[in-house]
Design a protein around this ligand. Structure first.
Ligand SMILES: [Zn+2]
Length: 173
């Protein structure tokens, strides 16, 4: 038995965050270990959701735990997810573990219907709304190499990029 470890969360502008991830073929011991490590990393951050590319693994999977806020753990994992239907639109604030100290209002579908697989290869069909629907769309974007600021209006996106350049410059001095 190997001990679980906390992985490094890659941050923007790391290239691994901009590449579409590969579908998961088979769930072997190595992948199970990665999933366990991703939960350790999620709880340590702490965050609600974490996609594999964020820890440098270009695979279509994400872990999440909506129970965190009630102090009750509810580990959930989705492999090879796709959103097959979506409805409505809602603008709410969100953040990203790969873009520290940044929160912004992002428009997302209000309700989504997601299909995927669990860690045992069983098919999942989840109808989500509210925060869960937002999380699904955010994590799915990660699997497509898309970051939340790309969902903003051109004006806000420009503002984000200027702020970031300033921060990177300051960090380099
Ligand atoms: Zn994120």
């Amino acid at each position: 038995m190997s001990a679980m470890s906390i992985l490094r969360i890659h941050e923007f502008p790391d290239e691994v965050l901009r590449r579409p991830a590969d579908p998961v073929g088979n769930v072997d011991g190595r992948l199970q270990a990665l999933i366990d490590d991703m939960f350790e990393t999620l709880y340590a951050a702490p965050g609600l959701g974490l996609a594999a590319p964020q820890v440098g693994a270009p695979l279509q999977l994400f872990v999440y735990d909506m129970g965190i806020r009630e102090g009750e753990r509810e580990r959930k994992i989705i492999l090879n997810p796709t959103i097959v239907e979506q409805e409505g639109e809602i603008a709410e604030e969100e953040g990203c573990l790969s873009i520290p100290d940044y929160r912004e209002i992002v428009k997302r579908a209000a309700k989504v219907f997601l299909k995927g697989y669990d860690r045992d290869g069983r098919e999942l069909q989840i109808e989500a709304h509210g925060l869960e629907a937002r999380l699904f769309q955010h994590e799915l974007d990660h699997l497509n190499g898309v970051l939340m600021f790309e969902r903003l209006s051109p004006l806000k996106r420009d503002l984000f990029q200027r702020r970031l350049k300033k921060r990177l410059k300051t960090a380099g001095e």
